[in-house]
Design a protein around this ligand. Sequence first.
Ligand SMILES: Nc1ncnc2c1ncn2[C@@H]1O[C@H](COP(=O)(O)OP(=O)(O)O)[C@@H](O)[C@H]1O
Ligand SMILES: O=P(O)(O)OC[C@H]1O[C@](O)(COP(=O)(O)O)[C@@H](O)[C@@H]1O
Ligand SMILES: [Mg+2]
Length: 344
Amino acid sequence: MRIGVLCSGGDSPGMNAAIRGATLRGVDVHGFEMVGFVDGWRGFHEGETVELDRPAVRGLSGQGGVFIGTSRVPPFDGGPGEADLTDFRARFADYGLDAFMLIGGNGTQRVSSILHDSGIPVVGLPKTIDNDLDGTDYTFGFDTAVSIATEAIDRLRTTGDSHRRCMVLEVMGRDAGWIALHAGMAGGAQAILVPEFPESIDQVCDWVTSVRDRGRSSLVVVAEGFALAGNGSQVTRDGRDGFGRLRLGGVAESLAPVIEERTGIETRATVLGHVQRGGAPTAFDRVLATRTGIAGADAALHEDWGTMAALRGDRIEMIPFADAVGRLKTVPDDRYAEVRLNFG
Ligand SMILES: Nc1ncnc2c1ncn2[C@@H]1O[C@H](COP(=O)(O)OP(=O)(O)O)[C@@H](O)[C@H]1O
Ligand SMILES: O=P(O)(O)OC[C@H]1O[C@](O)(COP(=O)(O)O)[C@@H](O)[C@@H]1O
Ligand SMILES: [Mg+2]
């Protein structure tokens, strides 16, 4: 069996470990041929490939990023219509492929599902630092991002306390506030602002003021996709990503002066940005990613097509794409309520 492997969407710490796990199991144990497409669908369109075998994945488990690259280049020119899919199938056959292993988040697994429905054998490996992919408890990369954001909170707290300032930390999370929620809990933030639960500026300022009134300095964590209640909208930067979506970022910088003006407390903003996606994965993410890759290779052996390697409790289970795509896994009411009671 010849399997094409590619990554799509933002990189996520653990992608290398997942490819290594899949290759060691797929090539060495099951006797597959595996080929990686460089920079996601760009490599597929332009014929840039790398053979995956034991030497190619040596020492990768602890390395950040992904050595074959990733991108948001789309798989099809169009919708896809039947003509797009016919062209796609012809290209798939030209490469001598029997199946795809697609590593990505909600968008990529939506593509996996489309390809599977059009008759192309696919297994999916879930990744995203945002942890917003449904059907799986955690995606690799999330734990690393949370660890980095937590360290940032710890560091901001000592300087913020020293100057009696309010520190606002912006973390990633386009549609879901999982990184903000977990890092905020781990770092004891005084307020956590997530896209799922808009809060008014009056409420945010009340929390910051009450923290000052009991002699402490506030640490506010805000997810990039947060918008103020009422007529607030997400804060965007110039430009769009490779999928045409507006780039998010800057909500901390827009909140900080308003908090300062309304509370009289000096307030500073920090945008963590891509630091939280870079560097070595945590041990948890290395193990999760490796097991995810192994499960994907085993699924290919059993021709368990149309499935994604999901973490369920402490087990990796192959679940149908339909259980993972079409909706996002967002922070539920009870998880937000349990932290909100102690804000301020
Ligand atoms: N519904 C869709 N139809 C066709 N291509 C899609 C669709 N959704 C996503 N894609 C492609 O998959 C890529 C990866 O999705 P994206 O949401 O950017 O990352 P992730 O897979 O990490 O969620 C997109 O940039 C786009 O090229
Ligand atoms: O700057 P980039 O690479 O476009 O990515 C920014 C986005 O990627 C993420 O880090 C991860 O999103 P995906 O999992 O959908 O790729 C988001 O939190 C963020 O909005
Ligand atoms: Mg996505």
